[in-house]
Design a protein around this ligand. Structure first.
Ligand SMILES: Nc1ncnc2c1ncn2[C@@H]1O[C@H](COP(=O)(O)OP(=O)(O)OP(=O)(O)O)[C@@H](O)[C@H]1O
Length: 395
């Protein structure tokens, strides 16, 4: 177990700057996920931590000490890949044992015939077998130890790859899209298994994925990367509810955030799609802004103090417990916005015929996030709070 500190790391391939001044502190025992679109540099960060790729500048510290001068083996970190990288001709037991065999037997002792002559080999291998069995029991693959990888399911193969990483008791686990070869159902199952494994081992996990659901469901904290930089580092809740950049708002969440063009009024309020949001932001009158509205901030039911947008129903996606409605705003962009609601609310509105013709959609402005033309979040405070503050200071 160890903490990790990445300090102003840069990396260039040819003329392409792939990592641009990346800094990141990961706590001992933390599950931290690097998430971002393909090519943003996530795997390169992992490879630099592992020592598989030297950085151009900056420093990597594991457990408080620099590892810049250490070779991959000496860093005592284990990497788990999407392609399980198992040896097809070896049994599960031999695959898991491999790192220990390489560590503990000399070259001659590893040779099939010559090795048998070594008096040490039997003792070492008995110990290795015990450790392999213990790890296999933890991963519930102990009944598969005699099989070859071809005789395993995808999920079982991934567990063997995890076992091979665990058996070394590394300081930290580096995982590069380990679930992306699995089908959707198994991925959901393995997400829960990995979270549980992390809890049991108490080790530091650095996990790379382009799947925001994996990042949101498994991690203590998430670092969202774009074009070689970390755009935001925070808890899943921070990234979802409090994105500091429009790229974060757009990347996190499914269905995605609605983004509407808005304009700052004379009072500092935001006008969007024909309504004025009861918020006050720190921007000049006339400034163009982008208003981020998560699908659950829109509602079919009227709420006191919530502005209402006029819209027409475009299409309905019923998931059983909840329903996504695609709506075209009467005063807004031509592409639909998405409203997420409980089935009962949808059924009620449908029953009352209020989904026919023009629908009044209420909007919870307190949960809207507002961004400037560069996509940076603009600070805001609710008007009600501002009014209270003004009246207090006037007394
Ligand atoms: N060894 C290399 N030589 C040249 N370019 C490389 C090398 N490794 C990575 N790159 C480039 O660096 C960029 C970042 O790659 P990286 O694999 O870190 O991205 P990623 O975010 O992990 O993407 P993905 O999700 O597709 O794996 C890409 O444009 C890639 O083509």
């Amino acid at each position: 177990m160890a903490s990790l500190s990445i300090d102003r790391v840069t990396k260039t391939f040819g003329h392409q700057a792939v990592l641009k001044d990346v800094s990141l502190d990961v706590r001992d025992g933390e599950f931290l996920t690097l998430v971002g679109a393909s090519g943003c540099g996530k795997s390169t960060v992992l490879r630099v931590i592992a020592g598989l790729e030297p950085q151009d500048s900056g420093s990597i510290l594991i457990g408080g000490g620099s590892v810049d001068h250490l070779r991959p083996k000496q860093r005592n970190v284990a990497m788990v890949f999407q392609s399980y990288a198992l040896y097809p001709h070896m049994t599960v037991a031999d695959n898991i044992a491999m790192p220990l065999v390489m560590q503990r037997l000399r070259l001659a002792e590893r040779l099939p015939l010559l090795g048998r002559l070594s008096p040490r080999r039997g003792r070492v291998m008995a110990g290795v077998r015990g450790e392999v069995e213990a790890v296999a029991r933890q991963l519930q693959i102990d009944q598969l130890l005699a099989r070859k990888p071809a005789q395993l399911s995808g999920g079982q193969r991934q567990r063997v790859a995890l076992g091979r990483a665990m058996v070394r008791h590394p300081q930290m686990f580096l995982m590069d899209e380990p679930l992306s070869n699995l089908d959707a159902k198994l991925r959901v199952h393995m997400r829960a298994e990995l979270t549980e494994l992390h809890r049991r081992l108490g080790s530091t996990f650095i996990y790379v994925t382009h799947d925001q659901v994996e990042a949101m469901t498994m991690s203590d904290r998430v670092a969202l990367m774009d074009e070689g930089r970390i755009v935001q580092l925070g808890t899943p809740n921070d990234l979802y509810h409090d994105p500091l950049d429009l790229r974060v708002a757009r990347f996190i969440g499914s269905p995605g955030v609605n983004v509407l063009p808005g304009r700052v009024s004379a009072s500092g309020a935001v006008e969007v799609s024909g309504v004025t949001l009861p918020v006050e932001i720190e921007a000049e009158e006339g400034t163009s802004v982008a208003v981020g509205l998560r699908p659950e901030t829109l509602s079919l039911d009227a709420h006191a103090g919530h502005p209402r947008l006029a819209a027409r129903l475009h299409s309905v996606e019923n998931l059983g417990a909840e329903v996504f409605l695609r709506l075209i705003l009467e005063a807004g962009p031509s592409e639909p916005v998405i409203l997420r609601t409980a089935l009962e609310s949808y059924e009620r509105s449908r029953h009352h015929g209020s989904l026919d013709g023009v629908i009044q959609v209420s909007l919870d402005a307190r949960r809207a996030t507002i961004f400037d033309a560069e996509g940076r979040r603009i600070a805001r405070r609710p008007v009600e709070a501002a009014v209270v503050r003004l009246s207090v200071s006037a007394e």
